[in-house]
Design a protein around this ligand. Structure first.
Ligand SMILES: [Zn+2]
Length: 622
């Protein structure tokens, strides 16, 4: 009996142990090995991987625009409601008030943009350095998660107009993009950021993450088999010389106008300045951007307007260089043609005065002394080339020449909003005065760069590049190279565009421009050891003081830089535009201004204030 009882007990004990072992084994199998069980009690989340946007560098590899890490904090309403988070500690961590907390959390859930079950933005654009301490403790606050994004940083704080900016992509663009853009992403909206959006943006990726029911990351879904990595955008090497750009912006401070410098042998833009300007960093994506933008829009000096390629100015006497070359090509002029000035051009009751100058024995003298009589007469003969009664044909022949110099139409620079300028044609005068109702004298002020002829500073610099090249140009551009791109995006900038003037006709023009600087109107802007060829312009302005302008290139042979400077209300060309051009050229070629005489000229230009106003509220605060 006793034995039977003991046997039974042993059997029961054994069965119990076996059951226990089976149970432990099953639990182990379920929890550790069996993925299907695991997956039933966890969920997959697709996390967008944002590509890093391509950086912008100068021609020497110096960074102009780079990426700054920025974080958006997202919240899932239901998860916060269910958990009991320490609101006070959370607000303290983020540096927000509790009213902000509730405002950002309690959205109008009738609005289709928000759902209690799906994450929405709680706080955006938290700078990377500030976010590090938040990230560390984020696990204490269920329902909140972070999203890394990159925005733009500007180490040099210059070049605002050409660089442009990025903005959050609009719903309309998202709709049109066929899935290329998603809400909350950034897109280039102006300048190079807009022109090269396709190359800079990169390609978005996705990572599928497995999370437990508490939202804790458990690992990759299917070992990452479905993941796609993000592809970074191409870095853009621009044509800009950052040091020269910064120097140009300094020289133009407190002045209204523009500088454009081009490498004639390539068409690469070395510097493009438009003033008044602003620090590009104030339009970087951050919470103060709207205010900065409004202040810029309200400013009466319109700093958002890129004068270098949007302002259309009468060129003044710098145009006499171009007209000389065309006159030589048309055999109106010969290199040795002289002319008695007699104080100006007179035709009937029309009189265009000249200033006292030395005798004009050749084209070089005419450029050197900027003789108005000489160019009114040249213009007259050009327009009357088919006879006095046929100014239409002559006018259009001249306009054809000017179009071949890239005037009267957009050059095609690789940033938006370029203006075309204006080259008057026969049709233009027919419309204005009636067919047969005008003659050469109606338009004669065009011969000295006044009147209906309008040119952008970019086109002026291109004119200087054409003369430097003795007859051709490349489309001025900023994009030198995309690092690693071989798709030929930039091939269009490698094509030469010829003018209708033969190279041989440029030599008298170049010699005249050399004399402008050695013994003419630009003599005070001579650069030690560098032969600069230039031409001054003083542009009559019926709204105020004359504009000061200058085009130049250097050295005379194998020129490395061509430049145009336009200073509104600066007076004589020799007062501001010529000295500023010469300093830019010296800086580019020697990397510094050395002689005491040149140093004092530099100081004078830096200190000149032609605006005289309070510092604007958006002024640079790096
Ligand atoms: Zn004269």
């Amino acid at each position: 009996m006793q034995d039977l009882y003991q046997d039974r007990q042993r059997v029961l004990q054994t069965a119990f142990v076996i059951c226990a072992i089976l149970l432990v084994f099953k639990c182990f199998q379920i929890q550790i090995w069996d993925k299907s069980y695991q997956q039933q009690h966890s969920y997959r989340e697709a996390v967008t991987l944002y590509p890093s946007r391509g950086a912008l560098k100068d021609r020497n590899g110096e960074l102009m625009v780079y990426n700054l890490a920025m974080y958006d904090l997202k919240v899932t309403y239901n998860q916060v409601r269910k958990s009991n988070i320490d609101t006070l500690a959370f607000c303290k961590l983020l540096g927000i008030t509790d009213s902000t907390f509730y405002k950002n959390l309690n959205k109008d859930f009738n609005d289709r943009r928000f759902s209690q079950r799906k994450p929405f933005n709680f706080l955006t654009q938290i700078p990377g350095d500030k976010f590090a301490s938040i990230e560390e403790r984020l696990y204490e606050f269920p329902g909140f998660k972070s999203q890394r994004k990159s925005v733009r940083g500007y180490p040099a704080h210059v070049g605002a107009h050409m660089l442009g900016y990025i903005s959050e992509v609009s719903p309309a663009k998202i709709k049109k993009s066929n899935g290329l853009y998603q809400r909350g992403e950034y897109i280039g909206t102006s300048g190079l950021e807009l022109s090269y959006e396709e190359q800079l943006r990169g390609i978005r990726g996705v990572e599928h993450v497995l999370k437990d029911k508490w939202g804790k990351r458990k690992g990759k879904y299917k070992e990452g088999a479905m993941d796609v990595s993000a592809v970074s955008g191409y870095d853009l090497i621009t044509s800009i010389d950052l040091e020269l750009q910064a120097y140009g912006e300094q020289l133009m401070q407190n002045k209204i106008g523009a500088i454009v410098a081009i490498e004639p042998s390539t068409g690469e833009i070395l510097a493009m300045v438009s003033t008044p300007s602003y620090d590009p960093a104030i339009l970087a994506v951050n919470r103060n951007r709207k205010d900065a933008f409004r202040a810029l829009q309200r400013d009466s000096l319109i700093p958002l307007f890129n004068r270098a390629l949007m302002a259309q100015y009468p060129p003044g006497s710098i145009f006499k260089t171009t007209l000389s070359a065309i006159g030589l090509q048309e055999r109106i002029l010969t290199p040795g043609r002289g002319m008695a000035c007699g104080g100006g051009f007179v035709y009937g009751s029309l009189r265009i005065g000249c200033h006292g100058h030395g005798s004009i024995n050749d084209v070089g003298n005419a450029i050197q002394y900027s003789c108005n009589k000489y160019y009114c007469q040249t213009f007259r003969e050009l327009v009357n080339v088919y006879g006095f009664y046929y100014p239409e044909k002559g006018m259009d022949r001249l306009a054809d020449h000017l179009h071949s110099w890239g005037l009267g139409a957009r050059l095609g620079v690789d940033i938006p909003n370029e203006a075309s300028g204006h080259v008057p044609t026969a049709a233009y005068y027919n419309k204005k005065h009636g067919k047969g109702m005008w003659k050469f004298s109606t338009a004669v002020s065009v011969g000295i760069g006044q009147g209906e002829l309008l040119i952008t500073p970019l086109q002026m610099a291109n004119m200087a590049a054409i003369i430097a090249n003795r007859g051709y140009y490349y489309i001025p551009h900023f994009a030198k190279e995309f690092e690693g791109d071989t798709t030929g995006t930039l091939d269009k900038f490698k094509k030469r565009h010829y003018t209708k003037v033969h190279p041989m006709h440029f030599e008298p023009v170049v010699n005249g421009m050399e004399r402008v600087v050695t013994a003419g109107t630009g003599a005070r802007s001579k650069i030690p050891d560098i032969t600069m060829c230039g031409k001054t312009g003083t542009v009559e302005n019926n709204k105020g003081k004359d504009h000061s302008t200058f085009i130049a290139f250097a050295p005379k042979d194998n020129p490395k830089i061509a430049i145009a400077v336009y200073v509104e209300n600066g007076g004589y060309g020799s007062t501001y535009a010529a000295p500023i051009s010469s300093l830019m050229i010296e800086k580019y070629m020697k990397r510094s201004i050395e002689s005491p005489q040149r140093k004092s000229l530099e100081k004078r230009m830096l200190q000149a204030d032609l605006i005289k106003r309070e510092k604007p509220s958006y002024s640079a605060t790096p």
